[in-house]
Every structure is written in C-alpha cells, then in structure tokens.
Design a protein around this ligand. Structure first.
Ligand code: SIN
Ligand code: FE2
Length: 221
C-alpha cells in the first residue's frame, strides 16, 4: 500500500519550509453546492451523534474544539487517553454511517486504499484551536488522511515529522481538501485559529473539519 503514498505529490508545498512529500492541498475541491449538501449530511450526523467535548488524557482539560464521528469507528479522547471506539462516548450508540459523498471523495483521492473507517467531525467555534499534533492513534499509517474544510477559513499549521521541525501556516477555506499521504502521513499539524467573517456557509462563523482515516491494518492482498 505504500504506492498510494509515494504517488502523492507535494505540488502545493512551494513555501519556505517544505512540508514532507505527500502533503497536498486541493483548493476548492468542493464547490458551493457540494459544500451545502455535505453540510446537510453533517447536520444529520450531529443530530444522531451529538457533539461532545473531548478532554486531554490525564489532566481532563477540555478541548476547545467539539467533536463527533461517523463511520464504523470514531476517535475519542478523555482522561483515559486517545482511542478509537465503535460507539458514542455519551450516548453509547454506534456512530452514524459515513455519507456517500465522503466515501466518493476518499475513493477519488486514495484509490489504492480500502474505504475509510473513521470520519472525525471537528467543530471550531470562533476562538477554538487545535494544538500541533500527529495523527498516530491508528493501527496503520499506510492509507492517507483526507480532510475537508467547511465554513470559516482556518489557519492551518503544517510541520515535519519531528515536533521541533520548521512549520509554515496556510489558510484552509471552505471546500478545500488536504491530503496527508506517504511521508506526510505523520507530519505535525494543527489549527492556530479560525478567521471569522470569511464564509457564509455556516450561520455562526464556525468552522467544520471532517477527517477521514483508515484505522485498522489493510487486509492482506
Ligand atoms: C485535525 O487535525 O484533526 C483537524 C485539522 C483541521 O481542522 O483542519
Ligand atoms: Fe490531526
């Protein structure tokens, strides 16, 4: 499965500090109509699986971002740690199904990979942020991470494979899609802040990010 990874180009990394190979930004990948219909699907997910406030492992400090999930597995975090689980941490019910439009997007961008198992829904209210981190709670890093932005523009920070590597920041607008594939699969990244007043998609100046991931090892060929 390494080939999906190595075929991904770092086409958009022309800035000062290069992000690892395999980092791609696809500006405007979803047009307004696609954003609106995806938003409706996200609203249906949230109606079934309400947003919850994750907490930092050990300290229990609440995240500023609220979250939910769809797909067979969902990412959760509480005092017990970060993990994937098949049920909502408050409601105890299975996560809603992943919208077909997200599966289609994934299949287009990660044609070699089996379908994603998790779609993390992050809601950033104005003032929310997400510290620099790696996505490394999965059992496999072979498949890419695909992430979709809706609503207000986010100031996204991308670094290297070590926390202290140089980083650069770029704006992710509504409809933009980011792919972390190959070496960039484990690149440090985060959201410094969102820029209110940059989108009319959401009523309240919020930003939604949907992150699609494979969690368990790919089936043997
Ligand atoms: C994440 O790293 O989970 C989300 C990134 C983003 O909001 O763009
Ligand atoms: Fe992440």
């Amino acid at each position: 499965m390494g080939d999906t990874a190595s075929s991904a180009s770092a086409s958009s990394t022309t800035g000062r500090s290069a992000a690892p190979e395999g980092f791609r930004v696809l500006p405007g990948r979803l047009d307004r109509a696609a954003q609106e219909s995806l938003l409706e699907e996200v609203r249906a997910v949230v109606a079934e699986a309400p947003l919850f406030t994750p907490e930092m492992p050990r300290s229990g400090k609440p995240f500023s971002v609220r979250m939910t999930n769809c797909g067979p597995l969902g990412w959760v975090s509480d005092r017990g740690g970060y993990r994937y689980q098949a049920t909502h941490p408050v409601k105890g019910t299975p996560w809603p199904a992943m919208p077909q439009s997200l599966l289609a997007l994934w299949r287009g961008l990660a044609p070699e990979a089996p379908d994603p198992e998790a779609c993390l829904v992050n809601l950033y209210a104005p003032g929310a942020r997400l510290g620099l981190h790696q996505d490394r709670d999965e059992e496999t890093f072979d498949a890419p991470v695909v992430s979709v932005s809706l609503g207000a523009t986010g100031l996204f920070r991308i670094g290297g494979l070590a926390r202290r590597d140089p980083t650069r920041s770029l704006r992710l607008a509504s409809g933009d899609v980011v792919v972390l594939a190959g070496p960039a699969r484990l690149a440090y990244h985060g959201i410094d802040r969102i820029l209110p007043g940059t989108s009319t998609l959401l009523r309240d100046d919020g930003r939604i990010n949907l992150t699609l991931r494979r969690v368990t090892p790919l089936p043997a060929p």
